[in-house]
Write a protein that binds this ligand. Structure first.
Ligand code: HEM
Length: 238
């Protein structure tokens, strides 16, 4: 719960272009708490033999060089936050997308072997990480647009993943889409470190949701004036 609360605070600030300065103090205090938590965990890993990620980062060496404690703590925070909100969004938005496309949901139920391809299509169609940013280290040009050194560039993967030049009929959800070369996990040097794990988590989650629930449908929620979604458990729900 602690890790989830920290990463939600982080995501609220990072995922919003119009950062709310009044909530900045929450981000700073979460960052301070996380740093303390991971610093302690790194120090424990340094004196406790084991095969966890922190221990690997503590003892790992490349050309005789190892990471400093600050670098390990920073990477631990990045990995924890990077792996929480994104995967939660993949499962939550993916399920909502399936409910909104009953034909595709029926298709998936009829052929659960389609789940790995379906996860790729859900990553493309409702990209959990919509955008990322870089700061130019030198003057350059992207297509015909000049970018000056020090300028920020925002890459919207959510838009690239609906690019008609790359994906035929991009606004159509097609769970069996082939050649699905989406950018949901980024690209090049900073390609998502947890992509393999996220894919497995998505595949397990959707396989189990299909197995355990017979049907999901919108139902009115009179108190809030909005809608909730009700899922009927199947007989083998366990
Ligand atoms: C559906 C789930 C996920 C999505 C959509 C996602 C998306 C992304 C994207 C777009 C990037 C590149 C960011 C950039 O270039 O600015 C990235 C990087 C990263 N992701 Fe994920 N991610 C997911 C799951 C995970 C998981 C489960 C972990 C860890 C267990 C993780 C750890 C990281 C890390 C450490 C980086 C930075 C890699 C680097 O800078 O070299 N991600 N992710």
């Amino acid at each position: 719960m602690l890790l989830k609360r920290w990463s939600e605070t982080f995501a609220e600030m990072l995922g919003n272009f119009q950062h709310n300065p009044e909530r900045a103090h929450l981000l700073l205090s979460s960052l301070e708490e996380m740093t303390g938590y991971f610093r302690e965990a790194v120090r424990r890993a340094a004196v406790t033999p084991g095969d966890g990620l922190l221990r690997a980062l503590v003892i790992g060496k490349v050309d005789g060089d190892s990471l400093t404690e600050d670098e390990i703590v920073t990477n631990a925070i990045l990995t924890m936050v990077g792996g929480q909100e994104t995967t939660t969004n993949l499962i939550g938005n993916g399920l909502l997308t399936l409910i909104r496309h009953p034909g595709e949901l029926t298709r998936l139920r009829a052929d659960p072997a389609l789940v790995p391809q379906a996860v790729e299509e859900l990553l493309r169609y409702e990209s959990p990480s919509q955008h990322t940013a870089r700061v130019a280290t030198e003057d350059t040009t992207i297509r015909d647009t000049p970018v000056r050194r020090g300028q920020a560039v925002i890459a919207v993967m959510g838009a690239a993943n609906r690019d008609p030049g790359q994906f035929p009929d991009p606004d159509r959800l097609d769970l069996a889409r082939s050649s699905n070369r989406h950018l949901a996990f980024g690209w090049a040097a900073h390609f998502c470190f947890g992509a393999g794990l996220a894919r497995v988590e998505g595949q397990v989650a959707f396989t189990e949701l299909l197995r355990r629930f017979l049907a999901c449908a919108p139902s009115p929620a009179p108190s809030s004036g909005g809608r909730t979604w009700a899922c009927a458990a199947s007989a083998n729900c366990g």
